[in-house]
Ligand binder design. Structure first.
Ligand code: F6P
Length: 548
């Protein structure tokens, strides 16, 4: 397979970008009253308005040709068949099986995975009910009041984001906390004020060898034992979620208290598996099922809808349009919903760990940009920090707005303002403010002509800055499931077009290895041979600080 950049479909997109560089979105809207309707789509409770993009029908046709050239259909079928799509790790990628509430069959090496998936879901349901209904008792016979999930990366970011997003659906007598960082501060601050007799730890780690998680889990166990003074307490206060049964047993967790998942579940795609146990504990198993059902609905849409009406494909191609042809380096994601505050961070791992790759799945270096830098934070706060650069800076920053139409907290006057601000940002990015408009506004304010001349360049907005608007009625478990699956499939489509393995993450390994060597140097109070002078000097400084 040649690099995608060497195909006619790619070349014609390059030419198209140059040819359409002069297009003004303002004009496109004025010329075509049907633009919004034509470039909008409604699926799984999500209304996507992508009309405020630098596109015409021709652009979309060329982008669709690109996705056909990349043979998305072949890769989609491979994924569904359980082929080893993650070729550098020799693994199938079947997170869709985890939320398969329909009757699709998913197999790995000829074995149906669905009975195992359903059995674990059933155990999760029973356990979540026991804890939530106060029937799972701690070592001293008291019900659980706090759950502390210890995990990192994919074993934390998804559940943490979902628990926060669905806080209105949580029970008030069970609080769920997340500890991921090996910085002891996070564990200490989280445990501060918690009672070991009513605290349950969920140790979530696919490999059960991750340094941060093991370290936090060891300290949590010490905290628990210091208070409860009995090794038998571990069985009532620690459960594990992992694929590594031996390591779980070695840690001292009863395998009866282990919820398994499988190597074909990638970390950043694992919130639908037992890694979602903190979610089931927080919102209850019925609502967890709704989350799965939402993702399933999006899976079905992705698998069945033609590319031209396929929401993940459209989002993926728009991203590629700016990333590869418009020179954009980043993608902003701005939820106008405080409960979605962790959504951009979750997407960072999903997108950047998946598509932050410099070689194709065959190991050939690419000569085009792959995964964008994903970033963002909730509006309206974002407006008062970095929106200046999005509006008037020198960079092109495509932006996704996510907006629930109904608030979970309809305080008088708040939601109108939130919605108005979100719509206004998208409008301002698209329209901008011309020099003439800036001038006439200043004139209307009675400003002196020489001051106007000075101010006009600063008060002019170029506009023509693209955004997608994703409207939902409200962020329910089902809608959230669909929203997450939408971005998962978007990332998959982009990975297929770029020809990369979106399901490995070798790029995080080197740092882990070197940290191990440096840690050994700390223990020896020495410095390994061959260490560069900068690292050696930093190690010596740490030795000195520790010996003070
Ligand atoms: O650091 C990268 C990573 O391997 C992620 O992909 C993964 O989600 C995370 O670490 C945690 O790994 P584990 O679940 O095995 O502890």
């Amino acid at each position: 397979m040649p690099l995608i950049s060497h195909t006619p479909a790619w070349k014609s997109l390059e030419q198209l970008w140059d040819r359409t560089a002069g297009l003004r979105m303002r004009d496109l809207f004025e010329e075509d009253p049907g633009r919004c309707e034509r470039f909008s789509l409604e699926e799984c409770g999500i209304h996507l308005d992508y009309s405020k993009n630098l596109i015409t029908d021709e652009t979309m046709q060329h982008l669709m040709a690109l996705v056909r050239t990349a043979d998305l259909r072949f890769w989609g079928d491979s994924l569904l068949r359980g082929d080893k799509v993650n070729n550098t790790e020799g693994r199938a990628v079947l997170h869709m099986a985890l939320r398969n509430v329909g009757d699709r069959s998913y197999q790995v090496d000829g074995v149906d995975v669905m009975p195992g998936v359903r059995a674990v879901l059933k155990r999760m349901r029973a356990f979540a009910d026991e804890v939530r209904q106060g029937r799972w008792l701690g070592h001293t016979g008291r019900p659980i009041r706090d759950v502390v999930s210890i995990g990192i990366g994919g074993s934390s970011l998804g559940p943490k984001m979902v628990c926060n997003a669905l806080r209105p659906y949580q029970s008030h007598d069970l609080r769920v906390h997340f500890v991921s960082n090996v910085d002891g501060t996070q564990l200490v601050e989280t445990l501060n004020g918690l009672d070991p007799a009513t605290t349950l730890f969920v140790i979530a780690s696919k490999t059960f060898t991750t340094q941060e998680t093991s370290t936090n889990a060891d300290s949590a166990r010490a905290w628990c034992l210091a208070a409860l003074q009995d090794q038998a307490a571990i069985a009532r206060h620690f459960v594990a979620v992992s694929t590594n049964r031996e390591a779980v047993i070695r840690f001292g967790i009863d395998p009866q208290n282990m919820f398994e998942f499988w190597e074909w579940v990638g970390g950043r795609y694992s919130l639908w598996s037992a890694i979602g146990l903190p979610i089931a504990l927080a919102i209850g198993p019925d609502r967890f099922d709704e989350l799965l059902a939402g993702a399933y609905a999006m899976d079905e849409h992705f698998v069945e809808a033609p590319p031209e009406r396929n929401m993940p494909i459209i989002l993926a191609l728009l991203g590629i349009w700016y990333n590869n042809f418009g020179g954009a380096d980043t993608q902003a994601v701005i939820p106008y919903d405080q409960y979605l505050e962790h959504f951009p961070t979750f997407l960072q791992q999903l997108d950047m760990e998946s598509n932050g790759k410099r070689v194709t799945r065959d190991g050939v270096p690419v000569d085009y940009a792959t995964g964008a830098v994903v970033w963002g934070q909730p509006g309206t706060d974002a407006q008062h920090s970095f929106f200046q650069l999005i509006h008037q800076g020198t960079r092109l920053i495509p932006t996704d707005f996510i907006l629930p139409l109904r608030s979970q907290h309809p305080l008088e006057g708040h939601h109108d303002k939130l919605v108005a601000n979100c719509l206004a940002q998208a409008q301002a990015l698209m329209r901008g403010r011309t020099e003439a408009e800036a001038r006439s506004e200043l004139q209307a304010g009675g400003i002196a002509p020489e001051v106007i001349d000075r101010l006009v360049p600063h008060r002019t907005f170029p506009g023509n800055r693209p955004s997608n608007m994703l409207l939902v009625e409200q962020v329910t478990p089902k809608v959230l499931g669909s929203l997450i699956a939408l971005y998962e499939h978007k990332v998959f489509v982009q990975g297929v077009v770029w020809g990369v393995d979106s399901f490995d993450q070798w790029g995080v390994e080197l740092g882990k290895q070197l940290a191990g060597q440096i840690l050994a140097d700390f223990r020896e109070i020495a410095c390994s041979a061959g260490v560069d002078s900068s690292t050696a000097s930093l190690i010596r400084r740490y030795h000195m600080a520790m010996s003070d």
